[in-house]
Write a protein that binds this ligand. Structure first.
Ligand code: TXA
Ligand code: MG
Length: 343
């Protein structure tokens, strides 16, 4: 494995490697992705192997400009109203953290989509990602660059820790800005449906195209089917090694501190309320953290995985995490926390 910088020369070297069927981890505005040429089935197979990801969990295809959409997605089967929604969404929210599920064209190999007739398509906003995609074949299949089931990477070092050995290159672009994966919106079946809440809020989508469904419904994680038919959402995911449990604000504030436990508050208000009550009872070196001092969900999302990576290194007994309010990026934060809590 070789660590590359985000200079033009290194990005161009990485693009050549992608074309040659090698794997390149690269920064996006959400999390680091583990890329393979989207037209090369054996390169894509290596992605599943490197991540230890089951073959039934399809990948997102990344493109560098909106014109590439029709090269890869088959829009001919969509009715006019859905087509209009695709245009509106891509016109306003691309490039950005919104992945669209659309009918697939056959030039994308079945292994990338786990045999589905649909595919997940995303135009990332990160300049390094776009340059890399543009200089390669124009379409890069990339899941998040973590081991299957582990925390998503927001830094090159996280990728290195989890995937060293299985991949050829990592482009280091520093910490990712948004810190949470993209929102996945299914436009293939009836009313648009959010399959995974993420960096693009439901409010932002609904403002543009009207009501969308959310699945899983906010607050609920569905049970794992043996093999997900509408794929994607295996229940246990994004998990740190330290057992994590989630609590409402009231539950957080009322619980007295315990030795060996890490406290992760959503905002400064809940932390201060708890400390006002329990500071005298705090065990020595009890880690107390806050996702966003002011309670801003965008700020909280940006540090969530980064903080969990760091807290995990403390190797303590447990993490108690407070749920975010269910607005803006709150549902995405809570989705990741709840999945991290499933054992
Ligand atoms: O922000 C992101 O989306 C990051 C960066 C690297 O772009 N990527 C990412 O990929 O999170 P991954 O593989 O970790 O998550 C992609 C999700 C999976 O849960 C997969 O099952 C779902 O997208 N997915 C892919 N194709 C699908 C399809 N045709 N229908 C439904 N879900 C699909
Ligand atoms: Mg992932």
């Amino acid at each position: 494995m070789r660590l590359l910088s985000d200079t033009d020369a290194d990005i161009s070297l990485a693009a050549q490697s992608l074309k040659a069927g090698e794997l390149v981890a690269f920064p996006t505005e959400t999390v680091y992705g583990l890329g393979a040429d989207a037209f090369n089935p054996s390169a894509i197979a290596k992605v599943f192997e490197a991540k230890k990801r089951p073959y039934f969990d399809p990948l997102i295809i990344h493109i560098a400009d909106a014109d590439s959409l029709e090269r890869i997605a088959d829009l001919s089967t969509l009715d006019a109203a859905v087509l209009k929604k695709v245009e509106t969404l891509t016109g306003s929210l691309w490039p950005g953290p919104l992945t669209l599920i659309l009918p697939k064209k056959s030039l994308i190999p079945d292994i990338a989509t786990s045999g589905l007739k649909s595919l997940a398509l995303r135009l990332p906003a990160h300049p390094v990602a776009r340059k890399l995609i543009r200089l390669s074949t124009g379409a890069v299949a990339a899941p998040s660059a973590n081991r299957f089931g582990c925390l998503s990477p927001t830094r090159a070092a996280h990728v290195q820790e989890q995937l060293e050995g299985g991949i050829d290159f990592i482009i280091d672009g520093g910490r990712t800005g948004l810190g949470l994966e993209s929102t996945i919106l299914d436009l293939c079946s009836g009313l648009p449906r959010i399959l995974r809440p993420g960096g693009c809020s439901r409010e932002a989508i609904e403002e543009l195209i009207g009501r969308v469904e959310a699945s899983p419904a906010p607050g609920g994680i569905p049970a794992d089917p043996p093999r997900p038919s509408a794929p994607g959402q295996l229940k246990s995911h994004y998990a740190p090694r330290t057992p994590l449990s989630v609590y409402t604000r009231l539950e957080m504030i009322e619980a007295p501190p315990e030795a060996g436990t890490i406290y992760l508050f959503f905002d400064g208000v809940s932390r201060e309320t708890w400390l006002a009550r329990y500071a005298p009872l705090l065990p020595p070196s009890c880690p107390v953290h806050t996702l966003s001092e002011t309670g801003d969900t965008l700020d909280a999302a940006a540090v969530l995985f980064d903080l969990l990576h760091n807290l995990d290194r403390l190797s303590l007994k447990a993490i108690r995490a407070e749920l975010a309010p269910e607005l803006k990026l709150g549902p995405a934060i809570n989705d990741r926390l709840r999945r991290a809590a499933v054992r």
